[in-house]
Structure formats: C-alpha cells, structure tokens
Design a protein around this ligand. Sequence first.
Ligand code: IVH
Length: 678
Amino acid sequence: MSKAEAEKRISELRRELNHHNYLYYVLDQPEISDAEYDRMLRELMELEAKYPQLVTADSPTQRVGGAPAAGFQTVAHRVPLLSLNNAFSEQELRDFNQRIMRASERTNVTLDYVAELKIDGLTVALTYQDGVLVQGATRGDGVTGEDITANIKTIRTIPLRLRGNPPGQVIVRGEVYMKQADFAELNRIRQEQGEALFANPRNAAAGSLRQLDPKITAARRLDAFFYDLLWWEGTEATPGTQWEAINQLKEWGFKVNPESVLCDSFEAVIAFCRRWQEERHSLPYEIDGIVVKLNSLAAQAELGATAKAPRSKVAFKFPAAEVETKVEEIMINVGRTGALTPLALLTPVQVSGSLVSRATLHNEDYIREKEIRIGDTVLLRKAGDVIPEIVRVVKEKRTGEEREFQFPTVCPVCGSSVYREKGEAVARCQGASCPAQLREFILHFASRPAMNIEGLGPSIINLLLEKEMIRDPADLYTLKYEELLTLERFGEKSARNLLAAIERSKTVPFARVLFALGIRHVGAEMARRLAQSFLSIDRLLKATKEELMAVADVGEAIAESVIRYAGEKQNQRLVEKLSKAGLQMAVAPEASAAGLPLAGKTFVLTGALTALTRSAAEEAIRRLGGKAGSAVSRQTDYVVVGQDPGSKYQKAQQLGVAILSEEEFLSLLRDWTEEQQR
Ligand code: IVH
C-alpha cells in the first residue's frame, strides 16, 4: 500500500471507528459486532504503526492512554468556571424564582427554565479546535485548572472529534462520573488486592481522572454528561437558550443527560425536583440535587453573576431522608488498632436507596450524649448520603423497657483490659495478640517499612491464621517447610521463598523491628528515634515516663503508650518470643551510608504514590543511603511527584530541581538497588 493509499484508508477507518464508537457508547445502539470494531481498530493500529507521522490527536487509537506524565500542567480557563448557589428547601427554590421575577420586570425576560439532574462527579472543560478535542481541564479554582487531556481521551463517551459542522473553537462543560456498579466493582478489586477503598463514586472518579498515568484512567470505567456551552467562536447560529445549547451538544456527539426537561412554569420545576428526590436511587449513577437554569441565554447574561455563581441558575440540594427504626442491640466491634467501636443493630429499614441494619455509634461518649438505649426508637439518615447515622432518639416512643448500654471494661474478643487515653474518645484493647487485631497486626508486621517479609500478603496470612499455624507474629519464625506444603496454593518453590523471606527479616534493623511491633503512636520515624535513644528493647521497655519524654518529640501520649505496652503481659511474651527467634532487638553499630548508591542525595516526595506508601518509598531511599526531606530547596536533588501533588511540585519547578514521576522513581529505584547489589 502506498503512503497516499494508507492515508486514505486511515482517515476512512477513523471516521468509521469514531462513528461506531458514538453509536455504541453514547447512543447505546451498536450497529456492528465488537469483533468487527476490533478488526477495524487493529487495522488502524497497524497502519499507524507503519506510518507514525500520520497519527493524529483524534485517532481512536489514542484512547488507550499514552506515557505517564511527571505532573499536570496548569491551564488558564478562557471562560471562568463558576460554581452554583444552593437552595436547601422548596422555599429557597421559590425565593430564587422570586428574585428572577423581580429582575425580569425590568429586563422583560421570559421565565422558562431547564431543570437538569445534578450529577455527583467532577466538572471538566473541554476545548475543541476545528472539531478536534485539543484540551481537557479540571475546574481547579475556576480560573485555572489542570490539563488532563490524556486522561479525558480515555473516556469512551467523550468525542475526540465533533460530529456535524462545529465552529472553529468550542469550549464545553460537563461532569465526569462513575456509575455505582462500576464503583462497586472497582472497590471489590481494590479490596482483593489490599488497596485503599474509595469512599464513594465521586472520589473514585476524581482519583481516576487525576492519575498521572493515563493507562490507569483508561482501565477505570468513567463516563461523562455535558450540559453547558461555555464558549463558541463567532456568532453564527449561536443557540439562544439552554435547551437549544443542550441539543447542540447532542448533535455534536456529546452524551447529554436524557432526564433534562424544559419547564414553562416554576411549578413544573418544583415537580421535577420532588420527583427526583423520590426517584434518585433508581438511577445507575449518583445525583446530589437538581440544577435549575433560566432558559434564555440572553436573560442569563443580563442577570450576570456574582464572583462565585451566576444569578440565573441554582442547585436544589436534596435533603437527607430521615426514617424511624429501632435499636435492637448494641454490640462492640474490635478493629485492627484495637479500637472498640459500639455498633447499633437496627430493625432493617430502607434509607436513601439501601437497606440499613446497622449504624456506628462511634464511642462511649457519643452514646451518652445522644442518650441512646437498647430498645429505643431512633431517627436514622445517611450522612453525606453514604454512612448511616442516628440523628436522635424519639423519646416520645419510650416504653420504659429500654436498657442502658454498659461499655465493656475488658475486650469482648480476648479479655485483655480496655484502656481509654486521656482526651481520647476511643477505648482500646491492650492485647497485642487479640485475634481481632491479629490479622492486621501481622500484615503491618510483615509490611515493607516494617519487617519487609516479601510474599506474606493478606491471603496467606488468612490461611495461616485459619489453619492455626500462627497465633502471633513470632510464630512466623517457627513455620516449617513441610507444614507450608500442606496449604493449598503452596508449592515447593513458594514455600521455600516465603521461608527465605522470613529468615531474611531477621537482619532488619532494630528501629524497624520496633516499628513492626505496632505500639500505638510509634510510627516509623518515632521508632527510629526511640531506637537511637534507648539502643535496645530491654532498655526501652524499662524506661520511665520522664526518660521517654526526654527524647525529642516524645510527648505524654507517646510516653504513656510505650509504658502501657510494656506493662501488658501478652506484649512482654511476644517481645521475648521475637527476641528468641533471632530478631534484631538492639541497635547494631551504625552502618555507614558512604558507598551506597544514593549517599549524599536528598529526595522530597509530594502527592500520593500508587505503587507504594510514602513511608515505604522513604525507607527505600534511606536503605540506598539517601535522605528523605520534607521541604524543597536548592539542596534537594530529586522531587518525586505522585497524585495530587502539593506546592512542593511548583517549588521544584521554580528551583529547577529534577522531577521524577512515580514510574520514573520506581524504575530508578530498581536500577539503584541493582547497583547496590553488584
Ligand atoms: S451547571 C455556573 N449543571 O455541580 C455553574 N452543574 O455545585 C454551572 N453539576 O461545579 C454548572 N451537574 O460540577 C451544572 N447539570 C448540571 C450539573 C452541574 C452537576 C456540578 C458542577 C458544578 C457543581 C456546582
């Protein structure tokens, strides 16, 4: 095929693929099979691979996500992205209409409104030049946002090229969101892989959209509705109303929300709000209200805006639904940090779209303040529309049969004493080997910044606990090869690898062993400090409060926590067992950093890393002889930029400090580690 022929075929394929993409994703009406679509896409990919100079920004091959970036560029919005004023009741909604009516007496505007669902997602502004998507930006502070074009392109319902005859430049505003089902599936997978869960679909969408690696965004199922035309080049055929604008967006190939309505009276607006307040949970995505917009764009312009929001639009926010139910029982849940959390077991009721049968009561004080008794009738709602919360007791319904709840003084799981720190509301079980805490404790113990036992993840820990092969972390050191072979999923190689990793952990320095013990308030940095000051576990556990508080940054809470730890029999036994197992229970003579690959190099981390925690990254730097600093200066050698980087990122750019993306950092870590091992 000649280059000219290839060029022709490529543009044919793009047109076809963009069209079928639209039919499939936006209209949900595919006309060809998936196999046929894939065949065309493959053909296009092959042609583009052969003629890379023919790849264009609107090619459907560009949706898979390119190379990760070091950070997001800041972009100035051509039109400021304002926010909305809220109306929290029907009355406030009517007040909004009254204000517009008063203004309209002067301006003589018509009072049609468009009512739209308020999608609970993230605003994006997309710029199309000559019909081609050239920029996607977050809202940011409304004046400047971040350039997330690469991520936007991975969203299948967003057109890379507009249909019809769009003007030279168009800027549109819409909402990127994640459907509830996709959110649930994403969290299911994250849980399986031991990753932090997203609190709600909105956070999941935000986290996915603000990935420096567009391949991660591409793997998440994001979607988008568009609702506003922000800018339009030229005046020809400019829509006169919001309703026309929506239809224009639709003609260009955007997905617009099918529930939007044109209302010719304010009563119709109110009816729409009432209807969706009731029916919102029947939607596959979350909405948090209704946006009411004056239909005439000329009238919108006439009314203008305050610094924050236009006067011609308002967001009606749904009130949280409250329902009555009964507290049947109060039970105590022991969490991974030993926190005793009271939980109300309720007569199951439907609230805001789901069946609720329990609500957290947080702590003892909360129960006392709200005067909640077993048998009480209570009002329940979902806080932030997610977490069930008891609003108050309906005291009028008390019968005298209700019982006060006695908060336990010993752990209901292991019988150890329960302690409540001064000034803290939470009561905690003091037993380090309390089964309720054990799984999480062992996970922490084995984690990279602690004992770094490679391959000892949640599922293996579960297996070992289930088969009662371990009852505390010290039991790991007496595991036998034959024993491991009896476990499903364990072969000779994996058993040997795990035992080798456990054995290696015996050389982990004392400071990290101390951190691994999981003493409350003793994080990695504090453990290092305590190790340096007391030099051995024996001396540390014998230290008095005064001795402890003489160490820099050790306050009363930390000192008391160490003393409490030292006083508990279970803990003493564990420390002794670990010591017998051969762990480093004292500081070894200081290993010199000189000669290590990162000796003399200072790193600063900013933003969240995805592949490893911040402390693991810092530990890796230190292991290689480098320093992990907290502020960027000219002395900083590298700044590692994760998700949502802070001002340190800008500072690094200003000072010209070398910037590493997480990906680059990880790959350098691998190189440096190899160098060290050579
Ligand atoms: S109109 C001038 N329409 O709600 C403001 N916003 O609370 C123009 N939102 O930042 C916004 N659905 O992210 C509008 N149909 C809709 C919306 C919508 C969701 C979001 C948007 C905005 C926020 C304001």
